[in-house]
Design a protein around this ligand. Structure first.
Ligand SMILES: Nc1nonc1C(=O)NCC1CCCCC1
Length: 246
């Protein structure tokens, strides 16, 4: 998978290429990451990428032309046609289904805006999809782009080793994750649940599933409403509810 990012801060975005699962995906050739700086596509002495907003108001707006030239060069840098994605609070809210959709694209060009935003005509001329990582305002689209890169990289075949399987990731099956524990067995009088020490894999799996169902019910009932639970899951959840009824 190839991801290009149009950004005024390539050093920030390139951090993902240097460490962790994303760094390993790049090392293994599973993910190619390239940044394109609109400032390199300016033609004036001051390398201007922004200007005052029509209609007045605070802040600045990113100009179309430097962005458009950067997108154009990004498109031409590889044969594979790209899906151009703008990251902004105006986009569709990203969830794991959205990540699966984006990770299924052979190539993405992510646009990371700054200032008050990008000129709307760039969106009309070049952007295929707009995505938001949440209902809050960041200083720029770079962190959102890095979230997309990380979440997509985890889904690339071969990106995860056994030690960090995405299969057990919460949200993979629409549920929150179960609690996790490691040594020591007791900390400040808090012991690891006995079932996890017994080595009975069937019981452990059952306990983890019940915890995932129960925690989703307690913390994110909205997620539970979207799911068709099996009879076994319904029974597990009922058991959890009985054990945790206030
Ligand atoms: N939330 C978000 N999800 O994706 N991006 C987000 C964001 O807050 N981005 C910053 C804005 C700042 C003004 C210019 C355009 C990007």
């Amino acid at each position: 998978m190839r991801i290009d990012v149009v950004t005024l801060f390539p050093d920030l975005v390139n951090c993902v290429a240097g460490c962790g699962i994303t760094g390993r995906a790049v090392e293994r050739g599973l993910l190619a990451l390239h940044c394109w700086n609109p400032r390199d596509y300016t033609e004036d002495r001051h390398r201007t990428v922004d200007d005052r907003p029509y209609g007045g108001g605070p802040g600045m707006v990113m100009k179309v032309e430097p962005l458009r030239r950067a997108v154009h060069d990004a498109r031409g840098a590889a044969q594979v046609p790209a899906t151009v994605v703008n990251l902004s609070p105006q986009g569709r809210r990203l969830d794991q289904a959205g990540v699966r959709h984006l990770a299924s694209r052979p190539r993405l060009i992510l646009i990371a805006g700054r200032y008050e935003g990008i000129d709307e005509r760039l969106v009309e001329l070049e952007v295929d999809e707009e995505w938001s990582i949440g209902d809050y305002i960041l200083s720029g689209g770079e962190l959102a782009a890095m979230v997309v890169i990380d979440a997509c990289a985890r889904l690339l075949p071969g990106a995860l080793g056994d030690e960090d399987s995405a299969e057990q990731d919460s949200f993979t099956d629409g549920l929150l994750d179960c609690p996790h524990y490691t040594r020591p067995e007791v900390i400040e009088g808090l012991a690891v649940p006995q079932v996890l020490l017994g080595g009975h894999h069937g019981e452990i799996e059952r306990w983890r599933r019940k915890q995932a169902l129960g925690r989703t019910w307690e913390r994110r009932p909205d997620l539970l409403e979207k799911l068709e639970l099996s009879e076994a899951d319904e029974r597990l959840l009922e058991e959890y509810r009985r054990e945790h009824a206030p």
